[in-house]
Design a protein around this ligand. Sequence first.
Ligand SMILES: *Cc1c(COP(=O)(O)O)cnc(C)c1O
Length: 384
Amino acid sequence: MSLKQPIYFDYAATTPVDPAVAKSMSACLTLDGNFANPASRSHLFGWKAEEAVEHARAELAGLINADPREIVWTSGATEASNLALKGLVEKKALQGAHIITSSIEHKSVLDVCAELEALGCEVSYVSPECDGRVSIDTIKAAQRENTALVSLMHANNETGALNDIAELGAWTREQGIFLHVDAAQSVAKIDVDVKALNIDLMSISAHKMYGPKGQGALYVRRCPELELSAQMHGGGHERGMRSGTLATHQIVGMGKAAELARARLPSEKQRLQGLREELFEGLEGCEGISHNGSFEHSVPGIVNLCFKGVEGEVLLLSLRELAVSSGSACMSATMAPSYVLAAMGLSEADALSSIRLSFGRFTRLDDIKQAVAVLRRVYSSLAA
Ligand SMILES: *Cc1c(COP(=O)(O)O)cnc(C)c1O
């Protein structure tokens, strides 16, 4: 007898690789495939690998309305944000400058900001509103004479709440302030147009969009050209910004993932919004279950719910049939309340009683119906 497999509701932690992506990657590994070093200039194998990498670059650029030359391959969004923030501060000698970010950024931005503070930067961490969105007015209010850079995430990974990057980008561009956006949770889910949003630097992760873990990209604006100091030195790959042999199979996988996302985005966004509505309708009447986040301004696949009065650990144990997450994945080893929910004004108890359900491409209506049944049953038994 085997245990019944739980239903996967943790797409915000990572997505499964799409079968078409896996297939494109497998074709780039073995001798009969496209395995060569894309930097090998002296033979056909190398040229073919380079062509595949450049094709992927164009696919990813197309998804975000960038020029392919504005894409720098990295190992993930974490590395992309490290390169963006440290590389900019170093290149532009911003060690004494002021940076504005939010208190609900992913650790890959918060920890880099702490590092920049140690180098002499001043950093302001603005708080979100109670719906998990950061008001652009609070960012404007934090401006100082020496503010040189704003780093704000597009969609929050715990609540799905979306920040108004269009309003922010119009302002930073007008003020001559650099704008970095962590878009790991928004690219491929909603339209992201780097030009329309006036973004200078943007971090993207492949494994949040049905591509492989260990691959990402940094968008680096070209007009006018923005230069960054490399954080990884070596052969001068990626226009000197990020050395290291390009991982052909990983990059091809991310390119394929971008191609699929672009073709499916409008219909998939609508389908996921429908699933979310089904979930909320199914939970109607459960007085003790409340939604943490913004219903209107949110990516459709992330729902954060508070089960008032129910202890988090008990809740997770009771929800074994659903693979959900309490707070963010990095936090769930310890039972510390999520810093994102705390910043939104939730009490420690409410933050500990909250879970994140995130769903995506392979989630079916029936999965949502089963989730509703489990959540209702668990709630009524635990709250009784
Ligand atoms: C997953 C995630 C990251 C980190 O991406 P990696 O590719 O795993 O390094 C950064 N920011 C947000 C918002 C994320 O959800």
